[in-house]
Design a protein around this ligand. Structure first.
Ligand code: G6P
Length: 612
């Protein structure tokens, strides 16, 4: 949700900013802009509505803008329509203060009113212009320098922000401030960088600082100084990011999504290997003890989007294996629901980015009530990772496509491991069962690889239905949870209306939508529910539906019912989500391609949603 970058060094900034923004475009892509300063010269700002390419064209790939210090922004509109005028960077009237912002300033109207009374005028509808001008106001009124002006602004505004600001009087410096929106600062031997996310700077450096909430920093060449809200300088340690720079490139695939679909065997394997040592699950890095796990009375899983669907799968597995009650809550609901939690409850937040505002709020809500929290997070050092009592990192590497695939798969593995560990320490499963489950878990990367081999057939099938209006996904138990993810993958990138239903629920309303040729995809991986779902498929077939069945190899009698069948390798039934999701991801992908859409950047979406 909006991406920001900055560069301060001795090279030309604009091409570096554009390159960085291209790695963040998944965060927002309705407009973009950069501001570059060349020593004492006037700042130059160029903005463009639409994709980043428009900005690249306008600036001759950045070559037309001279200057070695600059900031850039790619926008996902919150306040004010997508337009060049509303695009960042924003500036004070005299261009002395220029800034970019990610987040939302909730009281910006109030701030604007205050500034209007002081004679300020406004050219855009954004909250960002109000913040930049508030900094300008304090800077000129008190004349105490950037730290003072920014700190006063931070105290005055409410909401979330990652801000990067340049001042005319400090031509070779970038000033940043952060509250509840992501921002990292990278340094190499000659320069410093800012970015909303790691992929933007991986090409240049792996040495990063994480700036804390309500903190500020000043970048000048390769020097970075940090300040607290009282303006006192504070120390910070550098962290080394282990992600591979190649991971943020397409590597021969047409889209990031397809590349990431193919990276799933590795993401799964790396996540398994991170936690299985000598055939047992080692949670030392998570920092949660067996004693802690024995005490857990009930679990809330809170997440958004696909991560919520992982929670749905996990609910079935934890309850089945460990017999601990689990409730899965959309994070946006959890935070306002006053959930009932006891002293031994546990809240698990699942998040790829570790920055999703609602999921973060769920962790904070739990912590404020003294409830133990654990984050299942992909991005190292992200806010949810830092604020949770315990973190289980997924090893998916950087995920660029807006529609998640490999992070979803890695999150499933983390939840399987957690469920097995919980069940084992509580004595719900014995060593033999644990060992068998872990052995089977290790076969999943190979089985995912095998499931990918069916992709040409899926492409053919999906292309046949590229004009379809509605697709329904049905299943029971874990298969229902998988259907939810299949449906989201379909609609979010192909814009085909789709819905997922517990198969038994269809006849309570939705079945009236079924007519000749309606595409219904049944997921049937759970043997005890197989026949029940087949019956529900027969019910819709007799009303004209076209049926696709996704089931484990061996269930060949499905061909008596389904018009098109996809077989996935057999595995432990509690792990089936990891295999059944593969054809569903591929169907969403091929539907989007067949309809000529932008697979990696679907309209109106952002990968990391840092506002409520
Ligand atoms: C956005 C993305 C989804 C993702 C969700 C949660 O809506 O488009 O793919 O599942 O956010 O993101 P998180 O980073 O918390 O997993």
């Amino acid at each position: 949700m909006c991406g920001i970058v900055g560069y301060c060094g001795n090279k030309q900034a604009a091409p570096i900013l554009l390159e960085g923004l291209s790695k963040l475009e998944y965060r927002g892509y309705d407009s973009a802009g950069i501001a570059v300063r060349n020593g004492e010269d006037k700042v130059r700002i160029v903005k463009a509505k639409g994709r980043l390419q428009e900005l690249a064209n306008k600036t001759d790939d950045g070559k037309a803008m001279k200057g070695s210090c600059g900031i850039g922004h790619t926008r996902w509109a919150t306040h004010g329509e997508p337009s060049e005028n509303n695009a960042h960077p924003h500036h004070s009237e005299d261009y002395e203060v220029v800034g970019v912002h990610n987040g939302i300033i909730e009281n910006y109207i109030e701030v604007k009113d205050k500034l209007l009374k002081q004679g300020y005028t406004f050219y855009s509808e954004t909250d960002t212009e109000a913040v930049v001008k508030l900094i300008d106001y304090y800077y000129k009124k008190y004349k105490l320098g950037p730290v003072d002006a920014i700190a006063k602004t931070m105290v005055r505004v409410r909401g979330s922000y990652a801000l990067a600001v340049m001042f005319k009087d400090y031509p070779d410096q970038i000033w940043v401030a952060r509250k509840d929106s992501p921002m990292i600062i990278g340094v190499d031997s000659k320069a410093s960088y800012i970015a909303s996310d790691v992929p933007a700077i991986l090409k240049y450096t792996r040495n990063v600082y994480y700036i804390g909430n309500m903190e500020m920093a000043c970048l000048k060449n390769n020097e970075v100084h940090f300040y607290n809200i009282d303006g006192e300088e504070i120390g910070k340690d550098i962290t080394r990011v282990e992600w591979d720079a190649e991971a943020a490139e397409k590597g021969g695939f047409e889209h990031f999504m397809m590349k990431e679909i193919h990276e799933q065997p590795k993401a799964v394997k790396d996540t398994i290997n991170a936690y299985i040592k000598d055939n047992t699950i080692d949670f030392e890095s998570v920092g949660i003890s067996d004693e802690d796990l024995k005490k857990v009375s009930d679990i809330y899983i809170s997440a958004c989007g696909s991560a919520y669907h992982v929670g749905m799968v996990a609910q079935y597995i934890i309850e089945k294996l460990a017999r601990v009650p689990v409730r899965v809550e959309l994070a946006s609901e959890f935070r306002y629901r006053n959930p009932i939690m006891g002293p031994d409850s546990m809240v698990i937040a699942i998040s790829q980015s570790g920055e999703t505002a609602d999921t973060l709020a769920a962790i904070r809500e739990a912590k404020s009530r003294g409830v133990k929290t654990m984050g299942i997070v992909n991005v190292v050092g992200s806010t949810i990772a830092r604020e949770s009592d315990h973190v289980m990192y997924t090893m998916a590497g950087p995920e660029i496509a807006v529609a998640t695939t490999k992070a979803y798969s890695a999150q499933l593995i983390a939840m399987y491991l957690f469920a097995i560990k919980l069940a084992f320490v509580r004595g719900n499963i014995d060593k033999e069962r644990q060992d068998a489950l872990l052995e089977e878990l290790k076969t999943l990367p190979g089985k995912i690889e095998k499931s990918l081999e069916d992709k040409e057939r899926l492409q053919w099938f999906t292309a046949k239905f590229s004009n379809v209006h509605d697709v329904f996904f049905i299943g029971r138990g874990i298969d229902y949870a998988i259907s939810l993810e299949g449906s989201l993958k379909m609609k979010e990138i192909s814009y085909v209306h789709s819905g997922a239903y517990a198969a038994g629920e269809l006849k309570h309303g939705t079945i009236s939508l079924v007519e000749d040729g309606t595409l219904i995809i049944g997921v049937l991986t759970q043997s005890d529910l197989y026949e029940k779902t087949v019956s529900n498929m027969v019910e819709v077939k007799s009303r004209g539906a076209y049926l696709c069945g996704i089931t484990s190899s061996g269930n060949y009698e499905i061909e008596d019912t389904a018009d098109f069948t996809v077989y996935i390798p057999k595995t432990e039934e509690i792990f089936e989500a990891s295999l059944a999701v593969i054809p569903l991801q591929l169907m969403g992908y091929y539907m989007s391609v067949a309809r000529g859409l932008d697979v990696d950047k679907p309209r109106n979406l952002a990968k990391s949603v840092t506002v409520e």
